[in-house]
Design a protein around this ligand. Structure first.
Ligand code: URA
Length: 439
């Protein structure tokens, strides 16, 4: 590998030329072995940020990241293994509803999930709000739970795509996070290493998402689909709306409560519709039937209580207290609560969802840096959402925290996130489009 020179690789990309597979492998090897210093890694990342990558470069870059660590061997799991991935949103507890529905229909879900960072939450933090829940079982135990229960969700180990961890830390401090090829390769390197047979990407679009507009979200989805399919994993994407929080509850234990209500068929309409749509498409990708049959099966699994039973068994298998299903009051309650009231009458016209995510971080439910501790009982319960009419003085939300000093700043930030109008805004469909399945 000594015939390559990192300086030449950086200048080639700086000048908009195409890197060869060997040059990309040489670079990633240097990242993993720490032979390339951070300042040269930063320079290459900035060159990619500015000049992009061809599909071939992107594939090689992703595979080199995947191969920088171990690949999970899921061959011990009987049957088709379907995975999903959300690009991150506010109030997004979809996995907790989708995975039990899919598993109740006989398709295995062996899922590695992430933690929350910034305004977006993470499934592992939410699961850990359940007393006793273990999210880092050994691989044998993980496989055994998937075979017995149909699903298991665990935290991502540092052994998966370690080069991504290094690159992400540098991107974070060099203004190179928001690059489509860098996001696509970062997500897909970990998904490929996680070993499932299919991946359905839930690409969030809107004020609470990484991707603020449909066009950019579509481009990201297409790049990820291209990488996944080329790596031999059936990959498709659903673009879903994130211009308001999903459901009414934001925060870790609050979101588990809302997911449980949804599994009892008492959940909010947007979450229920999105979960059923994603589950139907995951079943379709697993060749369970036509898309209509898969839709019927998913609805039946939810309506009959079969998905709730899978969720109960899953909590039990991972050491969690299943009593939370019947008695959500078991969840610790935050010491301080503040009702927020509308300052004027009118329709809630827009919700700046990233700001709402930041309110939940301010209250303690999320983290700004990876090492920050979170407060599982902190969060927000919305009473009104975009499109609802409110009278001046009417309650629109309640904020929960264990740090009383945070309430005033959080309330101000919350009010700044909303805008009011005399005209009722058009209701948006939660599903924007599906890419890579039916065309
Ligand atoms: N999630 C990831 O894993 N990587 C990114 O670059 C962005 C979101």
């Amino acid at each position: 590998m000594n015939e390559y020179n990192v300086l030449d690789i950086i200048s080639k990309k700086r000048d908009g030329k195409i890197l060869s597979k060997e040059e990309i492998r040489f670079f990633m090897e240097g990242v993993s072995s720490e032979n390339i210093p951070d300042y040269q890694i930063s320079a290459l990342l900035m060159a990619v940020y500015i000049n992009g990558m061809t599909d071939d470069e992107l594939f090689e870059f992703t595979m080199a990241m995947t191969e920088s660590g171990e690949k999970l061997d899921l061959s011990g799991i009987k049957g088709f293994k379907a995975d999903k991935h959300s690009t991150g949103g506010v109030g997004d507890k979809t996995t907790l509803v989708v995975a039990p529905i899919v598993a109740a229909c006989g398709v295995k879900v062996a899922k590695m999930s992430g933690r929350g960072l910034g305004h977006t939450g993470g499934t592992v933090d939410k699961l850990e709000a359940i007393p006793g829940m273990r999210t880092s079982p050994e691989t044998d135990n993980f496989i055994d739970i998937v075979n017995r229960v149909g699903m298991c969700v665990i935290g991502q180990t540092g052994r998966l795509a370690p080069a991504d961890k290094k690159l992400y830390a540098i991107r974070d401090v060099t203004a190179t996070v928001s690059s489509i090829p860098l996001i696509a390769s970062s997500i897909m390197s970990k998904k490929i290493a996680a070993g499932s047979d299919s991946i359905l990407l839930d690409v969030k679009v809107g004020s609470g998402a990484f991707m603020k507009d449909v066009q950019t979200a579509e481009l990201l989805a297409e790049k990820m689909i291209c990488i996944g399919n080329r790596a031999g994993i059936k990959t498709a994407a659903v673009l879903s709306d994130m211009n308001e929080p999903l459901g009414y509850k934001i925060g870790n234990s609050l979101e588990v409560e809302e997911a449980i209500s949804t599994l009892k068929c008492e959940g909010p309409e947007d979450l229920t519709n999105l979960a059923l749509y994603l589950a139907s498409n995951m079943l379709y990708m697993s060749q369970v039937g036509t898309i209509e049959e898969c839709g019927d099966k998913a609805a039946q699994a939810l309506g009959s209580g079969a998905a709730l039973e899978v969720f109960r068994n899953f909590i039990d298998a991972q050491g969690g207290d299943t009593a939370v299903i019947e008695h959500p009051e078991i969840f610790p309650i935050a010491k301080f609560a503040l009702d927020v009231f509308a300052s004027e009458s009118g329709y809630i016209e827009k919700t700046d969802t990233e700001k709402i995510g930041n309110v939940s971080v301010e209250l303690g439910a999320g983290r700004l840096r990876k090492e920050d501790k979170i407060d599982i009982s902190a969060g927000i319960v919305l009473t009104k959402k975009t499109g609802d009419f409110v009278e001046s003085g009417e309650r629109i939300a309640t904020l929960y925290t264990n740090d009383e000093h945070k309430l005033i700043s959080a309330e101000k930030l919350f009010m700044d996130a909303l805008s009011f109008s005399d005209n009722k805004p058009e209701k948006k469909n939660i599903i924007i489009k599906t890419i890579g399945l039916f065309e």
